[in-house]
Design a protein around this ligand. Structure first.
Ligand code: XIL
Length: 316
């Protein structure tokens, strides 16, 4: 049997990867699959590099969870995606409710990004420096960063990350930008303006949290619209959920949908790889987040491959 990463590499992509999370690392059957670097050539920590995990109070950093995943990637010879530096969610209240002025919040962002990115310097392929900056209508999300600094927080974070690890690819990551949409246009306009201002930016991450049978049209063209602006792209958090219970028809449609997404990345030279947001339904975030939905991953609750696995193979 040939692993998904091996297949992706043989077709010219840099990696096929998966998110993982610290509580799962004690599950031996799960780890037997995750550690297989022919299956996964890249991993992303699902939670342990986020702000609440890494700087729970100001200036006090905690690395145990993040280090465990970084060390695992090293041990397995897998690329690491850093996730993430600046995001409105899983943000400790000392940041979101601190009522800092612009100068102080600037320095807080700089310290957080540069400390986090420095710690894994030389080990990270790409960093999601800014996560989810836009609302679905393409307006800016009015979080503490935007409300205090306007759009400047993006360049402040990117510049701090570049200085901390010049070799890491710096990304902005979001959802509902996979197909043409107001939000996708807003992201493309942001890429243009950052490039024009010489702000360091290397890639755009398209999360890819989809619903079976409801993929956006025009994935491939939309990926090309980004790469035409001089950035690489990656599918960073792919999962394709369904309303439960699963049926054979839903699982067959899911297989097609995984194939369609992977094929879109495969068709675009600047799309470097695909990461699934964990590989098994056993540990997917979907059921806790979207009530009544689940079975979004290519492996089932019992770590058995679903038809979706074959869809990924066929997509490359
Ligand atoms: C999710 C994690 O998987 C969950 O465990 C956590 O409770 C919430 O966050 N977009 C992102 C990811 O960028 O960080 C989110 O991860 C899923 C949506």
């Amino acid at each position: 049997a040939t692993g998904l990463h091996t297949i992706a590499k043989s077709k010219g992509k840099l990696y096929f990867g998966s998110a993982t999370d610290n509580p799962e690392l004690t599950d031996a059957a799960y780890m037997a699959i995750l550690n297989d670097n022919t299956m996964f050539g890249q991993i992303t920590p699902g939670n342990s590099m986020k702000w609440d995990a890494t700087e729970p109070s100001r200036g006090s950093f905690s690395w145990s969870g993040a280090d465990a995943i970084a060390n695992l990637a090293k041990k397995n010879g897998q690329l690491l995606r850093g996730h993430n530096c600046v995001w409105y969610s899983q943000l400790p209240s000392w940041v979101s409710s601190g009522n800092f002025n612009a100068a102080t919040l600037t320095s807080i962002i700089q310290t957080h990004c540069s400390t986090l990115v420095s710690r894994y310097k030389g080990q990270v392929y790409s960093w999601d420096v800014v996560n989810e900056p836009f609302n679905d209508d393409g307006t800016w999300r009015t979080d503490v960063f935007f409300n205090t600094l306007g759009t400047d927080y993006v360049s402040i974070a990117l510049q701090a990350a570049r200085a901390a690890d010049p070799a890491a690819k710096l990304y902005i990551n979001d959802y509902n930008i996979e197909g043409p949409s107001a939000k996708s246009t807003a992201m493309q306009n942001l890429v243009k303006s950052l490039k024009q201002a010489n702000v360091p930016l290397d890639g755009i991450g398209l999360q890819g949290h989809f619903i079976v049978g409801e993929l956006p049209q025009g994935l491939e063209d939309n990926l090309r619209a980004f790469t035409a602006l001089g950035v690489e792209v990656a599918i960073t958090e792919l999962d394709i959920r369904m309303t439960l219970p699963a049926t054979a028809a839903l699982l067959a449609q899911q297989q097609k949908d995984y194939q369609t997404v992977v094929a879109a990345c495969q068709a675009v030279e600047g799309c470097v790889g695909v990461t699934i947001w964990d590989f098994t339904d056993k540990y997917s975030w979907v059921p806790q987040t979207f009530s009544g939905q689940g079975e979004a991953c290519p492996w089932d609750q019992n770590l058995q491959r679903k038809p979706a696995f074959q869809g990924i193979v066929a997509g490359f």
